[in-house]
Design a protein around this ligand. Structure first.
Ligand code: SAH
Length: 465
């Protein structure tokens, strides 16, 4: 049998006296988790840093201002040797061990009797990662991966279970039934509501499911309206990715890059709902209805939208019908094209010297016209981010100039921003139609207008393939 390097346990430190020797940054870092766990911490050191001084002042720790000498540790629950002198640390460890007190040595895990793991804290849920002292960096990297997978509000699930444990036990005396019930709850809309900060609704839904006859068999589906960002899959949020991994069916449109669709759970059904200017594959009304119908079949439906669902994304209309039908939903914001394109093109949307405001507008043409509040658009010290503007770029350029924007105002077109196909073309407001024809600009493209565009030359950093 493999020998376990260390035996993992979780210790209750509430009100337990603990000793930390050392007063520098390392000691300071070790003290924090001890205090989080409710320990009574004593620090021994000839001097302590500012952060620890503050804790002494706030009476969070007891400070013995002295060099370490052999002392009785009998009343200590555990000891941490955290000085910058490794010989001294080894000596402290030896003293502690001879008194049967648990000891951790910061610079030499092998010399102590316990090590401190890397922790993913979703209190009361706690995950501790250890490499047996072999590589703290490896533990930290693994921790970072787990952090992205486990929702920040995961601990709230545990609290919810404790609250309802007795009621559920009464309702399902059979352990097998009970387990099935909880599995259903922990992976369904109740859990999702908790993650999304809708604690009250989660409780209500759980109560409702408990009151129904065969609750988990006829459960209702839910809809996630998710912003997929401007194109680069790395710009997805943790939550977007997690929901993409658990959806039963995904509805996506043209703006969603194939790389992003790839990240959806393999078994999930994928429905392309198109949407190109003037040739809607599915009319909006039908998309709205489809979301409702699929959710009513009990499915977890993910509606994946380009950028942010609430910025020129008709997200409001889609959830309107869901709300009317009492279907649980949540909305996950995404990085909108304006900010994605601006960042990847090195064009700050605001800047102390050039722009104190930024307007997001749609340049969508209706009967050959753009119905925009032109006087508001031509204000000084303002950046314009124009969505869906390439088709009407002539009108846009003419109207802005007509309403007083200087012809020479810098302007840029960012085509397929944040992707490997990104192209940035700069000109002036007057020159926009020209560069558009010259480079055969294709959708999706973002037009950015304002003095900030002049910074592109200096700040551009992203090189596309
Ligand atoms: N909800 C989306 C916008 C949908 S409107 C968002 O928040 O980003 C569609 C318009 O967004 C396109 O016509 C284009 O102007 C812009 N757009 C979307 N993705 C883009 C990209 N990768 N590069 C440039 N423009 C983009």
């Amino acid at each position: 049998m493999m020998v376990m390097a260390n035996f993992p346990i979780f210790i209750n430190l509430q009100n337990r006296p603990c000793l930390v020797v050392g007063g520098g940054n390392i000691a300071s870092r070790k003290i924090q988790p001890l205090l989080n766990a409710g320990a009574r911490v004593t620090v021994i050191a000839p001097k302590i840093n500012a952060a620890l001084n503050e804790r002494v002042r706030d009476k969070q720790i007891t400070y013995l201002e002295q060099p370490y000498t052999q002392i009785s540790m009998a009343e200590m629950y555990l000891v941490i040797a955290a000085t910058d002198d490794s010989e001294l640390n080894a000596l402290i460890a030896q003293h502690a061990r001879s008194q049967q007190i648990l000891v951790n040595v910061v610079d030499n895990p092998g010399a102590g009797s316990f090590i401190m793991p890397s922790v993913i804290d979703r209190s009361p849920v706690m995950i501790a990662v250890s490499t047996g002292g072999a590589s703290p960096i490896l533990a930290r990297l693994l921790r970072a991966r787990l952090e992205t997978l486990i929702p920040a509000n995961y601990g709230k699930l545990a609290n919810l279970i404790s609250k309802f444990r007795a009621t559920v036990k009464k309702k399902f005396p059979e352990i097998k039934e009970r387990r099935r019930f909880w599995e259903h709850i922990l992976q369904g809309p109740v859990a999702e509501m908790l993650y999304g900060g809708q604690g009250q609704s989660a409780m209500k839904l759980l109560e409702k499911q408990l009151s129904e006859e065969t609750p988990y068999l006829e459960s209702c589906g839910e809809v996630y309206l998710v912003g997929g960002g401007p194109g680069d899959p790395d710009l997805l949020t943790f939550r977007a990715l997690r929901l993409m991994q658990q959806a039963d069916v995904v509805l996506y449109d043209r703006l969603i890059a194939p790389d992003i669709v790839e990240l959806v759970r393999k078994e999930a059904e994928r429905i392309y709902v198109g949407k190109k200017r003037d040739e809607h594959t599915l009319p909006q009304g039908e998309i709205n209805q489809l979301l409702v119908d699929l959710a009513k079949q009990g499915k977890r439906v993910l509606r994946l939208k380009g950028g942010d669902p609430f910025i020129f994304g008709r997200g409001g209309e889609e959830i309107d019908l869901l709300a009317e039908n009492n279907i649980p939903f949540q909305i996950v914001p995404g990085i909108t094209a304006a900010s994605g394109c601006a960042s990847y093109a090195g064009i700050p949307l605001t800047h102390r010297d050039y722009a104190q405001s930024c307007l997001f507008v749609t340049g969508h043409l209706k009967d050959g016209k753009m119905s925009l509040n032109w006087p508001a658009l031509v204000q000084p010290q303002q950046t314009l981010a124009v969505y869906m503007g390439t088709h009407g770029i002539d009108v846009l350029s003419k109207e802005l100039i007509k309403h007083g924007l200087a012809e020479i105002t810098p302007a840029a077109i960012v085509q397929q921003g944040t992707t490997n196909g990104q192209r940035v073309y700069t000109s002036t407001v007057k020159g926009l139609p020209n560069i558009s024809t010259q480079h055969g600009i294709k959708s999706p493209s973002m037009i950015i207008i304002g003095e900030v565009v002049s910074l592109h030359e200096k700040l551009a950093w992203f090189v596309s393939a």
